[in-house]
Design a protein around this ligand. Structure first.
Ligand code: SF4
Length: 338
């Protein structure tokens, strides 16, 4: 593995003329050695032991390729992540959680999802370089938990090319501590969800009975790695740190209150929180109450009040109407644009 010093190799904010030639010259076989663990895949808490080079796949129905739905410039993350230029987001296909209400269901459902593309490493790098050349200074990996070896290969290849964008690990929180320790040298910013404190809910809605304990341990580990300070550059863009996200679900304010109390009591009230109201019911939950509606004003307000009462002062609280702005369509080339 090669971990170049960022100070010696400053991030190239403009693509060099010969960068595509450099991609062609990479030693792909050597770079892809981390993929060998996928012969007996235990990289996420599902612990399947599947051989992802075979046709017998594990829970995530993901093979050993770079199975990616979209690589695009995204301006919809928190302002300290997206900035004006946007972030280059790599959206992996499928997921190791199967949330019934998933807002990105087109790409995250393991059955019946939109076909993602089986990219080669060179194709992934080419698309990322295009985004960096368009002005992005960060590369975000969205739902990477079941593609951690591929994530490591891609980041290491960027390093080999002399590129050092801020690396953002945008996860559902369903990661093992062992895997998080392995990726510590690769990640600058963690964007973890903390979805549930209640295991009945996590079982019912995301097919993961043990999600609360797994996510608590994941948060403890990333807090050990990064602490509570969010380091920003001169333009206010995050270079290092953690932002914990929580999507408030309709009819489940107690779950949200418990999530905030856990973070306050066992992590820190100095950490940045992104409290999200953008939930909207997809067609898949049309008949599942209370998921078949958006949030009531009073239930969201009770969570916001608890956020302040607990002493959180840093982060973002979405407006209640946010669900009107967040309805991506991954059938489009640019999923987040009208
Ligand atoms: S990444 Fe996929 S195959 Fe590997 S343990 Fe998790 S669910 Fe199973």
């Amino acid at each position: 593995m090669i971990y170049p010093d960022k100070n010696e190799n400053p991030y190239l904010c403009r693509m060099q003329n010969d960068i595509f030639q450099q991609i062609e010259l990479l030693n792909i076989q050597k770079l892809e050695e981390p993929l060998q663990v996928l012969e007996n895949c235990r990289i996420c808490p599902r612990n399947c032991g599947a051989n992802r080079f075979s046709s017998k796949l594990g829970y995530c129905k993901s093979d050993a390729s770079y199975f990616i739905s979209s690589i695009c410039v995204h301006r919809g993350e928190e302002p300290a992540i997206s900035g004006n230029q946007g972030i280059c987001n790599v959206f992996f296909g499928h997921c190791n959680l199967q949330c019934l209400y998933c807002q990105n269901h087109q790409i995250s459902f393991n059955k019946n999802s939109l076909a993602a593309n089986h990219f080669t490493l060179k194709q992934v790098l080419t698309e990322i370089v295009k985004c960096l050349d368009a002005g992005c200074e960060a590369v975000g990996f969205v739902s990477p938990s079941h593609f951690v070896p591929q994530f490591k290969v891609i980041v290491n290849a960027l390093f080999e090319l002399g590129l050092h964008p801020t690396i953002v690990y945008n996860t559902n929180g369903y990661d093992t501590v062992e895997t998080l320790r392995e990726i510590e040298p690769f990640v600058d910013v963690y964007l973890p969800d903390f979805k549930y404190i209640n295991s009945d809910l996590s079982k019912k809605y995301s097919d993961a009975n043990e999600y609360p304990e797994i996510a608590k341990n994941a948060l403890r580990e990333i807090y050990r790695q990064k602490g509570s300070t969010l380091f920003l550059d001169e333009n206010g863009i995050t270079e290092r740190g953690i932002i914990i996200r929580h999507l408030v679900l309709p009819g489940h304010t107690e779950n949200s209150l418990g999530v905030l109390r856990f973070i306050a009591e066992e992590i820190s009230t100095s950490i940045h929180i992104s409290l999200m109201s953008q939930y909207y019911p997809t067609a898949f939950v049309r008949n599942i109450s209370p998921l078949n509606r958006t949030l009531y004003q009073e239930e969201y307000q009770s969570v916001v009040d608890e956020f302040h009462r607990l002493g959180f002062r840093k982060g973002w609280v979405q407006d209640l109407e946010s669900h009107e702005n967040y309805q991506p369509d991954f059938e489009k080339e640019h999923p987040f644009e009208e």
